[in-house]
Each structure stands twice: as structure tokens, then as C-alpha cells.
Design a protein around this ligand. Structure first.
Ligand code: PLP
Length: 460
């Protein structure tokens, strides 16, 4: 297929007409980019010049079942032939079936499903539901939302202000959406509150949320939103105390707990949903990416019955509609995608192969002095690059570590980019051990070359 297109002409047209994510097209032109993806199978992509790559982060940690699954294509095709679209003011068969399936998969009484098209929309929907829920209960002063520094919850105008990966992603868009309150991230490697163990960090960071609720006044706080394990903070797994404490704090102050499972959902961490690691049931769960392995746009906001019931009867319904919400083709494809995850034991694979990946990365850390931390769970993992392991300091910007690493990743056939000291690894959850070996080998060579240039390489 690669020969059907003139690769260079496509590249030039993309530089001229396409607005690509978080990249400067002038710089891309100078670097001979973009790569044009043509075909995908499993964890691999073939580009327009016929070169094969491993997609280390499976799209945006989103192609859970891997590329090229004909069954999903067939499900979408059949549905498109039957009924290509119908709005969600009423219903279509796959949308109902998907809602029932999600209610059965999610823990506790998370039974009411609002389908949307992407993770940002799912979180926008969750925030609207949280505020409207409190209003329905006569608690109309509750509008603030607590999120954690270092988290990411999306890019649209409201959720952009949640969390905070780096100030630059929002400094062009001031003023801030009202009611945003920030808490520390329970990242044991860089505990903002000085916790020296994962547990100590978890307890201090959860207590900080209680302090924020009390100081702002619980009557002003609508919700706490958090990813169970923050990919944006480099797969920062909180100590085991954190999520049960969050649940308890939110219950005591009547604050809704929103778990953003956009990346962690559908098996990535070795459980179907990451909150299951701690047996916690949030009031609202948002899911995207793995729900359909990115074959089509789909996400959902899933709400506990006790919360959804506030919208039942009288004139209480939620004022919220989206043209593509409940799209039958996406719903049909998602059902087939979930069936594949279940039938092929991909959650278990994420657990087993994830443990293997962690072992291999720990091994790399023994050989590479610039690896400060290896963290993650299941197939959500990361390495943090440091200049000094003892002080955990990063290299200065002038050292251009991300750029130099990205060049090497490219050389070794890894689709992997970093823009900060964290190298994220979240491949399709169908990945095998030998494919993990290929990734780790590419990382090893990349790090080794960089350390050679920095004059700090050591013999393995
Ligand atoms: C945890 C989390 N929440 C929300 C989003 C936003 O999802 P989307 O890009 O589909 O809008 C992302 C995207 O990466 C995410 O990682």
C-alpha cells in the first residue's frame, strides 16, 4: 500500500494544511517530519516509506486491543449499513446494549451512562452533572472543583483548567474557568508534602484535600476529580491509603468523587478499571480511549444511580445534548472491542506482561545512571530521567534531553516522544513479552548513546 502514495508530497501537504497536535510545523519540516502512518497491526505501524515502527504508546495510550482488528471493522460496517446515525434524544440498539454492558462492568451502582465522543467531553459532562446535582438538592453554592497539580483531564475550555501538567498548556487562554482549586499530586517520587514513603505521601496528599475542602467551605465544593493513577505525572501510583481516604473525605463533606479513567479504564493497569485496585467506587467515572480502542470516537460519563436519580422526574432532567452522543456505529464497535478484551484475557495480559515490562525497566535502571525512577502498574509505566539520582534534579533545558532522546527513539523504530524528563510507556494491552523486549532494547540503545554523548555511560 505504501507505494500508492507519494510520500514526500503527502508530507509537504500535511505541513501546509494540517494543524498537528502540540507541534510547530516549521520545526517538523526541519526534522523531516511528520511520519505518515499507513497501516497498523497489533502494536506495529507501517509508514508511507514502508518502514515498520513499534507504537510504544498505542496512539495516545488508547489503542488497547491493538491495530487491525477486523471484527471491530465488521461491527461498525454492519451497523452503518443498518442505521448509520440516530440522535440520543431517543435510542438505538447498540447504544442501549453498550449502556447495559458498561453498567455491568463498572463497580457498585455506576449504572447510568451518558455517552460522548472523547475524554474531554466526558469530563466536561461530569463537571456539569456535579454542579447540577448539587443544585437539584438545593445546595446551589457548590461550584468549586478540586483537581491535582500534575494531572491532565482534557483540553476543552472548562476541563483545561483542571489539574496542571505544565502552565504553558493554558497560559494563552486566561482567564481561568471559575471555581478551580488545586491539590497536591500523590507522586511518591516527588511528594510535594515531603512524604518519604508512598503511604506517607498518600496520607498527606489526601489530608490536603480535606484541608482544602474545609478552608474553602464544604458548602462551596462540588467535586474532587482525579485519575486513579496519573499518566500525566508519569504513571504515578499513589500509596494504598489514598483512594479509600478520598472516598471517605468526599462522603463526609458531601462532595462528589469523580474518577477519570480515560487512560486507565478497560484493562490498562491490570484491572478493568484502576479504582478496583483499591475497591473504591467513585460517584462518577469517566472513560474513553480503551472503550473503543480508538477505532472511532467514543467516551462516556458513568454515574451512580444515587446521583443520577436527582435528575429523574419533574423538570429535573439534565440540560445537555451532543449530536454524536450515543452514536450507534461507535456503540457497536465498542461492544465488539470490549468482547475482544474479555475473550482474549487482555486485562490479565496487561497485568502479566505489565509485570514483565516493569522487571525489564528496573533492569535498565541498573545500567543507566540517568534513570532516576521506574514506576507504573500494568501497562502504564514510565521512566524519569534525572541528572542526579540523589537530589532527583533534572538536566537543564539547554541539555535538550527530550530532543536528543526523541531522535534516538526514531532511529530505533520506536514511535515515542517525550517533551519532559518522563518517558511514558503505555502500549496496546495485547502486547507480548517479545514485543516488550524490542521496546526495552530500543530504550536501552537510546539511553546508552545519550549517556555516551554526556560522557557518563557505564558498562553494563
Ligand atoms: C486522564 C485523561 N483524561 C482526559 C483526557 C482527554 O481525553 P481526549 O483527548 O479524548 O479529549 C485524557 C487524554 O489524554 C487523559 O489522559
Amino acid at each position: 500500500m505504501a507505494t500508492k502514495y507519494d510520500s514526500e508530497s503527502l508530507r509537504l501537504k500535511s505541513l501546509r494544511y494540517l494543524w498537528m497536535h502540540n507541534r510547530d510545523w516549521v520545526q517538523m519540516a526541519e526534522d523531516g517530519e511528520p511520519m505518515i502512518a499507513m497501516e497498523g497491526q497489533g502494536v506495529r505501524i507501517i509508514d508511507s516509506e514502508g518502514k515498520s515502527w513499534i507504537d510504544v504508546n498505542g496512539g495516545y495510550n488508547s489503542v488497547n486491543v491493538g491495530y487491525g482488528r477486523q471484527e471491530i471493522v465488521d461491527a461498525a460496517y454492519e451497523q452503518m449499513m443498518n442505521l448509520a446515525y440516530y440522535p440520543a434524544g431517543t435510542v438505538n440498539v447498540p447504544a442501549v446494549q453498550l449502556a447495559e454492558k458498561l453498567a455491568s462492568l463498572t463497580p457498585g451502582s455506576l449504572n447510568r451512562v451518558f455517552p460522548v465522543s472523547g475524554g474531554s467531553e466526558a469530563n466536561e459532562t461530569a463537571l456539569k452533572i456535579a454542579r447540577a446535582y448539587h443544585k437539584r438538592r438545593g445546595d446551589s453554592g457548590r461550584y468549586k472543583v478540586i483537581s491535582r497539580r500534575g494531572s491532565y483531564h482534557g483540553t476543552t475550555a472548562g476541563v483545561l483548567w483542571l489539574g496542571g501538567v505544565s502552565p504553558s498548556i493554558r497560559e494563552d487562554f486566561d482567564p481561568m474557568y471559575p471555581g478551580m482549586v488545586y491539590a497536591p499530586q500523590p507522586n511518591p517520587y516527588h511528594c510535594e508534602l515531603g512524604g518519604e514513603t508512598p503511604s506517607e505521601c498518600a496520607v498527606r496528599c489526601a489530608e490536603a484535600i480535606e484541608t482544602l475542602i474545609r478552608s474553602h467551605g464544604p458548602e462551596t465544593v462540588a467535586a474532587v476529580i482525579a485519575e486513579p493513577i496519573s499518566a500525566a505525572s508519569g504513571a504515578a501510583v499513589p500509596g494504598d491509603e489514598y483512594w479509600p481516604m478520598l472516598r471517605d473525605i468526599c462522603d463526609r463533606y458531601g462532595v462528589l468523587l469523580i474518577a477519570d479513567e480515560v487512560i486507565t479504564g478497560f484493562g490498562r493497569t491490570g484491572e478493568t478499571f484502576a479504582v478496583e485496585h483499591w475497591d473504591v467506587v467513585p460517584d462518577i467515572m469517566t472513560v474513553a480511549k480503551g472503550i473503543i480502542s480508538s477505532y472511532l470516537p467514543l467516551a462516556a460519563t458513568i454515574v451512580k444511580s444515587e446521583v443520577a436519580d436527582a435528575f429523574a422526574g419533574g423538570d429535573n432532567y439534565l440540560r445537555h445534548a451532543l449530536t454524536f452522543s450515543g452514536h450507534p456505529v461507535s456503540a457497536a464497535a465498542s461492544l465488539r472491542n470490549i468482547e475482544i478484551i474479555e475473550q482474549e484475557g487482555m486485562v490479565e495480559n496487561a497485568r502479566d506482561v505489565g509485570a514483565y515490562l516493569k522487571e525489564q525497566l528496573d533492569g535498565l535502571s541498573g545500567d543507566h545512571p540517568i534513570i532516576g525512577d521506574v514506576r507504573g502498574i500494568g501497562l502504564l509505566a514510565a521512566l524519569e530521567v534525572v541528572q542526579d539520582r540523589d537530589t532527583k534534579t533534572h538536566f537543564p533545558a539547554e541539555a535538550e534531553i527530550p530532543k536528543r532522546l526523541n531522535e534516538r527513539f526514531k532511529k530505533y523504530g520506536l514511535i515515542l516522544r517525550t517533551s519532559n524528563p518522563i518517558i511514558s510507556i503505555g502500549p496496546p494491552i495485547c502486547i507480548t513479552r517479545s514485543e516488550v523486549d524490542e521496546i526495552v532494547h530500543g530504550l536501552d540503545l537510546s539511553l546508552w548513546e545519550l549517556e555516551g554523548e554526556l560522557g557518563i555511560a557505564q558498562l553494563a
